[in-house]
Ligand binder design. Structure first.
Ligand code: UDP
Length: 192
């Protein structure tokens, strides 16, 4: 059962449980996606029904930051702990590296995803980087096709909210990946 915070249903998991669930989704047939809303994204969703649908349609909805945790506690339905997207991503990459799974990095300004790929490859030697693409493209189709051709198991979609949530809901299955994660500014952080 999800915990409702102003219309967004959050999964009530510890970070360890969230990473295990993400790793399990990666192995399941079909396409799944993860979102990590903070209070600003909850606000955006309240104004934007399509964004709300995309967020609540995710297979994992993780509270990114203390604001959502405080909100849930105030509403009398506490969540176990915050599960920031960037930490979730780190845990998931650890699991992917152990299993030799491949990751596609989508988003941020030109050059950033390549730099992130280089650094992540060093940090997680078993991880395969399937490809990268910047986040400033006009049409979805060529990007979806590039991901499909790369054969990536997982895609980090870092286009900012709610663009990334809408993108994953719309294009996830066509990418052929088992798991997509909407991770905001994470590529900028991974690129250092
Ligand atoms: N971004 C992008 N395409 C866009 C708009 C934004 O790739 O059309 C990228 C931007 O370069 C940045 C990330 O999306 O790397 C959004 O970061 P921000 O910290 O603003 O988002 P948040 O983490 O708050 O959702």
């Amino acid at each position: 059962m999800r915990i409702d915070v102003l219309g967004v249903g959050f999964d009530n998991l510890t970070m360890t449980e969230a990473v295990s669930r993400g790793a399990a989704l990666l192995e399941e047939p079909g396409c799944h996606y993860v979102v990590t809303p903070n209070p600003e994204i909850v606000e955006v969703c309240r104004e934007n029904p399509a964004a709300m649908r995309a967020v609540n349609g995710a297979d994992l909805v993780l509270p990114d930051g203390i604001g959502v945790i405080k909100g849930a506690a105030m509403l009398g339905t506490p969540l176990k702990e915050k599960t920031p997207g960037i930490e979730f991503a780190a845990g998931l990459m650890g699991k992917m590296a152990e299993r030799g799974r491949s990751l596609y990095l989508l988003g941020a300004k030109p050059g950033v995803a390549d730099l992130a790929a280089e650094r992540l490859q060093k940090q997680y030697p078993g991880l395969k980087i399937a490809g990268t693409h910047d986040g400033y493209f006009k049409e979805d189709a060529p990007v979806v096709e590039a991901i499909r051709e790369s054969g990536a198991d997982c895609v980090f979609v870092c286009l900012g909210a709610p663009k990334q949530e809408l993108w994953m809901a719309r294009n996830g299955p066509a990418t052929g990946a088992h798991l997509l994660c909407g991770l905001g500014g994470s590529l900028d952080v991974f690129a250092g």
